[in-house]
Ligand binder design. Structure first.
Ligand code: UD1
Ligand code: MG
Length: 454
């Protein structure tokens, strides 16, 4: 069956206190609305129309051109929001799912279950409902003696008896598209007569009166958990993160402390890798098999090959090949590329630099805009000085070079293969292959100076 979806995201909530639109706030590393899109995509519903407010640019940018958008200038209710999709629904057949864009916990299985049940019965509309402990604020599901849905009554219109009903409207529906389209016209007539606001639940009312078959399907309330506050955002983030960690653990990854581990949905981690407590792994990172990451390591847009260890470090836009040992307190940024079998010690900064295989970098080293060949050794407290922003201002180090402790290389400079920089040397000129560069102040030695000073 041809299936499309209308996602309502035009009404703002002042409680969020954001300059952004609410659905663009991140829950577990991804905008709220993108989680909804992902669930729809996974359920095979790719034809999506988002009803957005005047703050729509970022939503459009985030969701891209594969989905459609309509602007609801004034939020006059959920029914009014759906009427903005009229051109999208015109001459369409099949089923239309309608749901809110601020429910990031909706699961793909729930949406495919809805479609399946809709296809199996000859429904005009199916409403997802749930029993909840505290139904306040939700539309209540009112049934007749036969148990059929007869109305959805909003909190404000509820009398004392209706308020006691614990079965509520999830705000997720599946409609016969043609019937929904026809009901839109009826609902617009009502709008003119009434207050000017109209709810989508009116469509259910219109369809029931028409004698169309309207049914319900019971789901877990977690699926329509709505973001209404920053607190809700943190609850949703925790749940989404738990789902990601669950998937990763099922893929054979050990996560020692799920409470302090945050992994984005688009991260890939290989079997037998161990993630120690306090790690945050974001933005499409790919980590190989048998790695050990952490504790307290932050990764973003980073690749790590098999059998590598990254201890208590940061990496952003970095690539680390297999069998590397890095950290603690390494900081790899902006295109740092480390080839296989490298060992990088503590407090090492590698920025916009490439290292060949088998390099050994000792502690407290700062490498910038550099190109190191294979098998290079860099002693402690070496720095590569360069002109920030001048990308031609590079330092090239040939294969098997040795750079002694406390040396400084000032860009631009090239060290030929197998050359040697003595400890404490400031290198300002190119060093030919196999040569030694040495430049130190020879200390003066004053015999018995200490005794005289006393
Ligand atoms: C709605 C349902 C209620 C249900 C609840 C589930 C109606 C009238 N009521 O309640 O029965 O129990 O969801 O959470 O539908 N929106 C727009 N434009 C508007 C108004 C709303 O785009 O003019 C969007 C909102 O951004 C939101 C969604 O529609 O994403 C739902 O609106 P909201 O006000 O949160 O739902 P309720 O009216 O509380
Ligand atoms: Mg409302």
């Amino acid at each position: 069956m041809e299936t499309c979806a209308i996602i309502l995201a035009a009404s703002e909530d002042d409680r969020m206190r954001t300059a952004d639109t609410k659905v663009m706030l991140a829950a577990a590393g991804k905008p709220v609305v993108s989680w909804v899109k992902k669930a729809l995509d996974q359920a095979g519903i790719h034809d999506q129309m988002y009803i957005v407010s005047y703050r729509q640019e970022k939503v459009r940018e985030e969701l891209g051109e594969s989905v459609a958008f309509a602007l609801q200038e004034i939020p006059l209710g959920t029914g009014h929001a759906v009427t903005q999709a009229e051109p999208f629904l015109y001459e369409r057949k099949g089923a239309t799912v309608v749901m809110a864009g601020d429910t990031p916990l909706v699961r793909a299985e729930t949406l495919s279950g809805l479609i399946r049940s809709f296809e199996q019965g000859s429904w005009g509309a199916l409403v997802l409902t749930a029993e909840v402990e505290d139904p306040a604020g939700y539309g209540r599901i009112v049934r007749n003696d036969a148990g059929d849905l007869i109305a959805i009554v909003e909190e404000l219109e509820s009398d004392a008896k209706t308020k006691k009903i614990s079965e509520v409207n999830s705000g997720i529906y599946c409609f016969d598209t043609e019937l929904l389209y026809q009901a839109m016209n009826r609902i617009e007539e009502r709008e003119e007569q009434d207050s000017g606001r109209f709810p989508l639940t009116d469509v259910i009312d219109i369809l029931s009166r028409q004698g169309v078959r309207v049914g319900t399907l019971s789901i877990d309330p977690v699926d329509f958990f709505k973001i209404r506050s920053r607190r809700d955002l943190s609850i949703a983030s925790r749940e989404l993160n738990n789902r990601v960690l669950e998937r990763i653990m099922n893929d054979g990854v050990t996560i020692l402390d799920p409470q302090t581990t945050w992994v984005d949905d688009d991260v890939v981690i290989g079997e037998d890798t161990i993630i120690l407590p306090g790690c945050r792994i974001h933005n499409s990172c790919v980590i190989g098999k048998n790695c050990t990451i952490g504790p307290n390591t932050n990764l973003s847009f980073t690749y790590i090959g098999d059998h590598s260890t990254l201890t208590q470090s940061e990496a952003r836009q970095a690539s680390i090949d297999k069998n590397c040992q890095i950290g603690p307190w390494a900081n790899l940024t902006d295109g740092a590329e480390i080839a296989e079998n490298c060992v990088i010690g503590s407090n090492v900064d590698i920025n916009n630099s490439r290292l060949g295989a088998d390099c050994l970098i000792h502690n407290q080293v700062s490498l910038n805009q550099a190109e190191l060949g294979e098998g290079v050794t860099v002693g402690s407290q070496v720095s590569f000085a360069y002109n920030e922003g001048d990308l031609d201002n590079r330092i090239i180090v040939g294969n098997h070079c040795f750079i002694g402790s406390q040396s400084c290389l000032i860009a631009p400079v090239t060290l030929g293969n197998n050359s040697y920089v003595a400890a404490g040397t400031v290198v300002t000129r190119d060093v030919p292959k196999n040569a030694l560069a040495i430049g130190r102040q020879t200390p003066e030695i004053k015999d018995n100076w200490v005794l005289r000073r006393r």
